[in-house]
Design a protein. Structure first.
Lengths: 370, 428
């Protein structure tokens, strides 16, 4: 029975492409439009996926100013990524990953959060009524390595054009009783490396979300429920996937049934761990927030800052156990001052719900550093 | 001691106390060009090895952090007072310019008023930073960005003839690097003028450090991959570093007393010689341990960290009077108790922390000693481990010599020139 469901899913997702959308690996150059890649495109009032392009979501996603995200991955015929336990999978040349950022429209040109939309609602494409598309980032695995391209959607939401120098888009976000004016930052090509060059010495770009712990998740799509990793294996995009007991599964940071620490660590892992790891650009700080780092000074526990500058907020320890509001971690993730805020890139607003989680986690720690 | 060194500062108002005198840039006068940044970002993205990105004379407004990650690129302006990148309106990015590249040269331009650090080079080798000015133009303020010129985790580094003004942490900060020459620079009105941290093999010479809180710092911080050692500080002019500490609490430099000429903290194999050091109101030289910073905790500091300053050699400096008005009540009390109301702390102040586990035959291992062989200059042991109960001038007890460290070889710098060239201070 399970097998049958998987086959059905596979068929559903490899059906023929919408008009004019043909997934294409472009081996060099900098394609001017998102359409050139043929992965996703606006067709009338819908943003649609080409046949064979697989949508996915993460157990815990990176926060980007409450934007919703539609993520896709595609590989050329017959090629597959190789599963890895902890790192990004080893993807074949030709792999194209996209991530589209969007909001729900509100009155008077404002937007509202869309980050709660799940794959169930986005994975078959987006009904663009009431949706504001902002940008689509393309990460392509070429012979020379991964290359990143940011595309910004036009006002008519018919096409996204390459903007290698990035963009600054003023926005107004409304949510339960509050309104924030902010400038949404589309990263420039060099800034893409700021997060995706997860090994700072090698400088090579890597995908961040496409790891086993982030993808190991049951999702419902087109009426079928399945595990994302197993689906990628079934459609031929992933080889070497071990059975579930052999995999470490990340939690959904919103899952109230999971332990506080696990949820907070998942949030830190995806929001901070790509830089704050023993090989990442932020290893200069001695603060490692990736999932592999055990509790201790390296995770910030009672750790004095090294070169935080304004980022200390006047506090002495990364995590001051039991005292979230004396913790540099809370100060920096809660700041919007470019000289102090963390992450340095990728947000202009504070993730209030994420902060509440981190606060609760630190508040529950036994106090004292001595 | 420790943060007690600065506790007395809390009551004082810093704002406006130090108007910054004549920095002479074209910055404030001309109306900035706002369209050039798009061109510059494009050039930084398209850069290929061997490229020289030339930025003509002018004042350019930049509203987001710039970055470069291609090896072998040179960025060149028309002069540190002619080509000015002003980040006054910066809305995003933790640095003015962030570089992750090797064989990188930047010269002849200014970076003003960055929200975070002005110029950060994070990982790379063969880095040349020459005739660069980093400045916060509103004078010393706690809200200024942290670091002016900030290479970290680099190998083979030359910083020369540059100017760093107004950083709320360090004007010139070299972190976790190996093979470093810092020469002929001017650092003024920063909390730390020049700071060498967790760095191995650094030569710091012919610099002017004045009007900072602390002139030149050689520090080791815990929880990092490598400890620093082997730094030579020589032929510098380190005078009147008496600006009140305007560092944000929690930052390492917030523990530095105003009026510090040179301070070594937890670092090893540091040689301080042939400098002109004077007029620094706490002490011309401080040798201290991480215990004195107030940040030592059992849970938060890796057990592998060595907080003791060892193998420190101070000789043949030309000291002029300092130590007359030390920063903080505890040091003031120490001064008065030992030297009377009109007396001064001696040229060298040591907090007195020592690792007894490394003793040989019940005495300091001579190879790890703190040696002051500098004519009449004296070292005071403040006896901080015993809450300053028995502070004592060490007299001949501190006189010893260590084997001098070799000069550092950085290809771009060549050998240490015979001629001493120290920059002049800013014109008032």
């Amino acid at each position: 029975m399970k097998r049958l469901v998987l086959i059905l899913v596979a068929l559903a997702l490899t059906s023929c492409s919408p008009r004019g959308l043909e997934p294409t690996f472009i081996a060099d150059g900098a394609p001017e439009t998102l359409s050139d890649w043929g992965m996703i495109g606006a067709r009338g009032p819908r943003l649609v996926l080409a046949g064979g392009v697989q949508p996915y979501e993460l157990n815990t996603p990176l926060f980007t100013d409450y934007a919703g995200k539609l993520r896709t991955v595609w590989m050329p015929g017959g090629k597959a990524a190789t599963w890895a336990a902890d790192t990004a999978f080893d993807f074949p040349v030709g792999t194209v990953v996209t991530k589209t950022f969007f909001y729900r429209k509100a009155a008077d040109g404002a937007v509202t959060p869309a980050d709660s939309l799940s794959l169930t609602e986005t994975g078959e494409g987006l009904d663009l009524h009431g949706i504001r598309l902002v940008e689509t980032r393309v990460l392509v695995r070429r012979a020379s390595g991964w290359v990143a391209f940011p595309y910004v959607w036009n006002e008519a939401q018919t096409e996204a054009r390459l903007k290698r120098t990035g963009a600054a888009i003023p926005m107004v976000l409304t949510r339960s009783g509050r309104t924030d004016r902010f400038v949404y930052q589309v990263p420039n090509v060099n800034q893409c490396a700021g997060c995706h060059a997860t090994d700072h010495a090698a400088k090579a770009l890597q995908p961040i979300g496409l790891k086993s712990r982030h993808l190991d998740r049951e999702v419902t799509l087109a009426g079928a429920r399945f595990n994302q990793l197993e689906r990628l294996a079934v459609v031929g995009f992933l080889k070497g996937l071990p059975p579930a007991p052999g995999r470490t599964r990340g939690v959904d940071w919103r899952d109230g049934a999971a332990p506080l620490e696990t949820r907070a660590r998942a949030w830190l892992d995806i929001n901070c761990g790509h830089c704050h790891s023993p090989r990442g650009p932020a290893d200069t700080s001695g603060l490692y927030l990736d999932s592999a780092t055990p509790m201790g000074p390296s995770l910030g526990l009672c750790k004095p800052p090294v070169a935080a500058g304004q980022g200390t907020g006047g506090f002495s320890h990364g995590i001051d156990p039991g005292r979230p509001d004396q913790s540099i971690l809370i100060f920096r993730t809660g700041s919007t001052d470019p000289g102090a805020m963390m992450p340095e890139l990728g947000r202009a607003l504070v993730h209030d719900e994420g902060m509440a989680l981190l606060r609760a986690w630190i508040a529950a720690m036994p106090p004292g550093c001595r | 001691m420790g943060q007690g060194w600065n506790r007395a500062l809390g009551a004082l108002t810093l704002a406006g106390a130090f108007a910054l005198a004549g920095c002479g840039q074209v910055g404030s006068a001309a109306k900035p060009n706002t369209t050039y940044q798009e061109t510059l970002i494009q050039q930084l993205i398209d850069a290929k090895a061997g490229d020289v990105i030339t930025i003509p004379a002018g004042v350019y407004a930049i509203d987001r952090g710039l970055s470069l990650d291609v090896d072998g690129v040179t960025i060149r302006g028309a002069g540190m007072d002619k080509t000015v990148l002003t980040f006054k309106g910066q809305a995003a990015g933790a640095e003015g310019l962030l570089v992750n590249a090797s064989n990188f040269t930047i010269e002849d331009l200014a970076i003003e008023d960055a929200k975070g650090d002005a110029l950060k080079v994070n990982e790379g080798e063969n880095i040349i930073i020459r005739r660069i000015r980093t400045e916060w133009t509103g004078g010393p303020k706690t809200t200024n960005g942290a670091y002016g010129i900030y290479p970290v985790q680099v190998r083979n580094l030359l910083i020369e003839e540059s100017v760093a003004i107004g950083a709320s942490d360090a004007g010139i900060y070299v972190g976790q690097s190996n093979g470093v020459v810092v020469r002929r620079n001017r650092a003024e009105f920063n909390v730390a003028g020049i700071e060498i941290e967790n760095t191995q093999n650094a030569d710091v010479y012919d610099n002017l450090a004045t009007n900072n809180t602390g002139g030149i710092l050689v520090f080791n911080m815990p929880n990092l991959k490598v400890p620093g050692f082997a730094t030579r500080v020589f032929r510098n002019r380190i005078v009147a570093n008496n600006t009140k500490n305007f560092g944000l609490k929690g930052s390492a430099v917030a523990s530095v007393p105003a009026g510090t000429g040179v301070i070594v903290n937890s670092n090893d194999q540091v040689e301080i010689f042939d400098n002109d050091i004077g007029g620094n109101n706490t002490a011309n030289v401080i040798i201290s341990s991480y215990f004195s910073t107030g940040y030592m905790t059992e849970k938060g500091v890796a057990a592998t960290f060595d907080p003791w300053p060892e193998a420190i050699f101070i000789y043949e400096n030309r000291f002029t009077p300092g130590g007359a008005k030390p920063d903080g009540l505890e040091l003031q009390a120490l001064r008065v108790a030992l030297f009377g109301v009109t007396g001064s702390l001696p040229d060298v102040l040591w907090d007195g922390y020592i690792d007894v586990k490394k003793f040989k035959d019940g005495k300091v291992d001579p190879l790890l000693a703190i040696c002051v062989d500098n004519g009449a200059a004296q070292m005071l042991n403040a006896d901080s481990p015993n809450k300053n109960k028995a502070p004592a001038v060490m007299g001949e007890g501190a006189r010893c010599r260590l084997t001098p460290l070799p000069a550092i070889s950085v290809a771009a710098a060549g050998p240490v020139p015979a001629e001493r060239r120290i920059p002049s201070p800013a014109k008032p």
